[in-house]
Design a protein around this ligand. Structure first.
Ligand SMILES: Cc1ncc(COP(=O)(O)O)c(C=O)c1O
Length: 400
């Protein structure tokens, strides 16, 4: 019998080597208690959270929590059904209306996760005969959406406007074309040049989908994302987003002005063939989205945090993923996986949680310590974070 698990041997070996060298497994941390969007108890110790993508700190917002509790009382714990059968409650319509209001768009469709939103929309609108031109550093859910729909995939170099244009020009005349971009790329925290990319895509007859998972709530005057900040909202055909970051719960969505958009509810398999989100989740999401519409002060404070952390880490001598702070993600580049694991563990021992990211999830085989800031991190907490980076960096030899 052939062992179907033998293909995982290289990953098993890499993991065994890391644990054999005495490092804690960075992928099995347990949060014993979560006190707020910025503090949890891990291994019995107070730990500042700097790797949760909880950008706007909505998870403990009293209105959000109250809405969830009320929905649990009024509608029970789950829908036990697909959106197209028994799984559409008033709360699902309410959160879709909140999204239409938030983005000022005609249509909104909610999925059970952001992963499923990309999987569903991309695979349904771009099929076998169509071409999807996408940034090579796109999220796994985008690649999986392309694979599920069986479209022709045409990747281009990360954030390279000329490469995008060249690929578009090579596609046969008359073929269906979808360009898929992200507002903020989550590995390095860099922003896409959407203004130029959307213009070029339109000039070449392509539809454009932008995944704003890491920019919703924070970037742009109304928090609509990078497309808003760069003034191209009207030319983007589909925006994909998630409730698992700034919104502070779970779920995914697509918003659009396309006149035929609603037909997706009948033909999109990852929407039809799965249960809808629980009533408590859609209630928390709707409340959170409506509050995010009036969160300019929090957005301003988050920018301050991002700038302060970026400048402080640079001053300490760390190499960062971007020259300037472009989003709420700041990636610290580690020399290799072993040093990355050592630094990750040293930070945890200091009382700081960040994400360790390693190949193949990272671009150019990099090992990264990804920091994601929250609007509720105080100035003092950012100071504490920098002190912990200094101590851990010196202890592991990452900085001198
Ligand atoms: C760019 C991007 N798109 C989509 C997703 C999927 O979101 P969700 O967690 O809601 O499945 C993520 C999550 O990490 C992401 O980073």
């Amino acid at each position: 019998m052939s062992d179907l698990f033998s293909k995982f041997d290289p990953v098993i070996q890499q993991r065994d080597e890391l644990l054999g060298a005495g490092y804690t497994d960075p992928f099995s941390l347990v949060m014993e208690k979560v006190e707020s969007p910025t503090v949890a108890i891990c291994n019995g110790k107070r730990t500042i959270l700097l790797g949760t993508y909880n950008y706007m700190g909505m998870t403990f917002d009293p209105d959000v929590v109250a809405a969830g509790k009320q929905a649990l009382d009024d509608f029970g714990s789950g829908t036990t059904g697909s959106r197209v059968l028994n799984g559409t409650y008033v709360g699902h319509k309410a959160v879709e209306q909140a999204l239409m209001d938030f983005y000022a768009m005609d249509h909104a469709m909610v999925f059970s996760t952001g992963y499923q939103a990309n999987l569903g929309v991309i695979s349904t609108i771009a099929g076998k005969e169509d071409y999807i031109v996408l940034d090579i550093d796109s999220h796994a859910s985008i690649y999986d959406g392309c694979a599920l729909g069986n479209a022709q995939i045409v990747p281009f170099r990360h954030n390279d406007v000329e490469a995008l244009e060249k690929r578009l020009k090579r596609i046969p005349e008359g073929a269906g074309k979808l360009v898929v971009l992200e507002g903020v790329y989550s590995m390095l925290g860099d922003v896409a040049p959407l203004e130029e990319m959307v213009r070029i895509s339109k000039e070449n007859g392509a539809m454009v989908l932008v995944d704003e998972a890491h920019s919703m709530g924070f970037i742009g005057e109304h928090g609509r994302g990078v497309a808003e900040a760069q003034g191209v909202m009207d030319d983007v055909d589909f925006i994909i987003g998630t409730f698992s970051k700034s919104v502070g719960t779970v779920g995914g969505f697509c918003v659009s002005n396309h006149p035929k958009f609603e037909i997706l509810r009948l033909v999109c398999r990852p929407y039809v063939f799965t249960a809808s989100l629980p009533p408590s989740v859609v209630a928390t999401a709707a409340t959170s989205i409506r509050k995010l519409m009036n969160s300019a002060d929090k957005r301003a404070h988050l920018w301050e945090n991002s700038k302060r952390l970026h400048a402080g880490l640079r001053q300490l001598g760390f190499t960062l993923g971007t020259d300037t702070p472009q989003s709420a993600i700041i990636a610290v580049i580690m020399p290799d996986l072993e040093k990355g694991a050592a630094m990750w563990e040293a930070l945890l021992n200091e009382g700081l949680y960040v994400n360790l990211a390693r190949p193949p999830a990272t671009p150019a085989n990099m090992t990264l310590l990804r920091c994601s800031l929250c609007a509720l991190h105080t100035e003092d907490q950012v100071g504490e974070i920098l002190d912990m980076f200094a101590a851990a960096g010196r202890a592991t030899g990452c900085i001198s």
